[in-house]
Write a protein that binds this ligand. Sequence first.
Ligand code: PHE
Length: 451
Amino acid sequence: MKKFLDKRGSFGSRFGAIVAVGGSVVGLGNIWRFPYLAGENGGGAFIIAYILISFSVAVPIMLAEFGIGRSVRRNAKRAFQKLAPGKGWKAIGYLGIATAFVILSYYCVVAGWALNFLKQAALNQFEGKNILEINQQFNAFISSGWSSLFWTWTFIAATGIIVYLGVEKGIERYNKIFMPLLVLILIILVINSFTLPGYEKGFSFLFKPDLSKINGEVLLKALGQSFFSLSLGMGAMITYGAYIKKEENLFHIAGTVSITDVSVAILSGMAIFPAVFALGINPTSGPELIFITLPNVFQQMPGGYYVGVLFFILVFFAAITSSVSLLEVVTAYISQEMRLGRKRASIIATLGVVLTGSLCVISQTPESTLTLGGKNLVDFCNDFSSNYMLPIGGFFIVLFAGWVMKPEIFQSELTSKGVFGKHIYPIVRFLIRFVTPIVIALLFMDLTGLI
Ligand code: PHE
C-alpha cells in the first residue's frame, strides 16, 4: 500500500486504491473455491445465484464498509467505538477478528497445497501421470501429515515475514503486474479449453443453468462465496476504506473491484470445467477439483510446463496478498489490545496461525480423530467462516450503516459530499437498509428450518 499512500496516509490515486483492495479480494476464493462450489452446486445455477447476490447484496456491503471506514479513518473495532461509543457494536469488530483467524487457519493449508504443486510443476513431477495417479498423489499428500505441514508452515512464514517487516505495501505494487498476468493465463487456459474433446459439456454446465437447482442451500453457499471472495463481513474493507481519499468516488472503486473479482472467478470456472468434463472428472469432487484437473491440462497443452509453473506462482501471489490482509487484521488487534509493538504482535499472530493451521493439517491425516460438526478442520473452518461468520458480520455491518449511523454522515461519505452517485445513492441506501439484511435473514431462517 505504501507506494500508493500519499503524505496524509491515503492511497495516492484511485488506481492505487483499486490495486490494493484488489490484492485482498482476488485470491484462492476466485481460483480455487469458486470453481469447486460451482461444481458442487449445479454449475450455471450457482453462477446466476452468485452474480445476483454479489451485485445486490455484497456490493452494497462493500460500500457500507468503505463508508464506515472512511468516515472515521479507523480500523473496524475502533470505527464502531467512535461512531457508537459505549454500545455493543464493537462486537462486530471482535467477530471480524475471530473470522480472520478462522479463515487464515485453513487458507494457509490450501495455499500450502498450491506451493507444493508449484514445486511439483517446476520439477516436472506430473509428467506422464494420468488423472487417477494425480488424484492418488494429491490424496496421499494431503493426508501425509509432515509434507503438508511443511508447505503450510512455509506459506504462514512467508505471510508472517511480510507483516513483520511491514512490507505488504511494497508487495502490493506488484499486483499491477501479477493480476493482469493471472487474467492473461486464465484466458490462455480458456482458449486451450476449446481444443479439448467434449469441451462443450463444460461450457453448457456453466452457462446453461438449470434453474430448478437453485434452492436455499445453493443461495446460502453463493452468499458465503461472494462475501469470502470480496473480503466482506469482517471489517477488512473498513480498514481499506480508511485509506481512501475523501474526494475519491467509492461507487467507482467498489464497482471496478467487484466486477474484476467476479470476472476472475468466472474465468477460472471457464478454464477448468471444459477440462473437468473432457477428462471425465466428477464436477462435484470438492476442494481438490482444481488440483486434480489442472496438472492434466498443463501436460496436454503446448508450452504447458511454463504455463503450469507460472500459473502456480500467480496463485501463490494472489493467495499471499489476501492472507497478508487477513493477518494484518489479527496483528493490528493484538498490537492495540495487548499494547505491543507491531512486530511482536505479528509474531504472536503468526504463531497462533501456525498452531491452528497445524491442527487443520493434522485433522486431515487418516489417523486423526479431530473433527468438528462431523468434518475435518479444513472443511469445517472453510464452511463455517464463509457460510456463517462472514454473513453474520455483514448483516450487522449493514444494520449499523443503514440504521444506526447518522444518515447525513453516511450519505456525505458515500457521495463525497454530494459529488458522486446522486442517482445511485438512494438505490444503494435502499439495498443497505432493506434488501441486504432481509436476504441474509431469510437465508438463515431457511437454513434453520424457521421458514
Ligand atoms: N477474498 C480473499 C480470496 O478470495 C480471501 C479473504 C477473505 C481475504 C476475507 C480477506 C478477507 O481469496
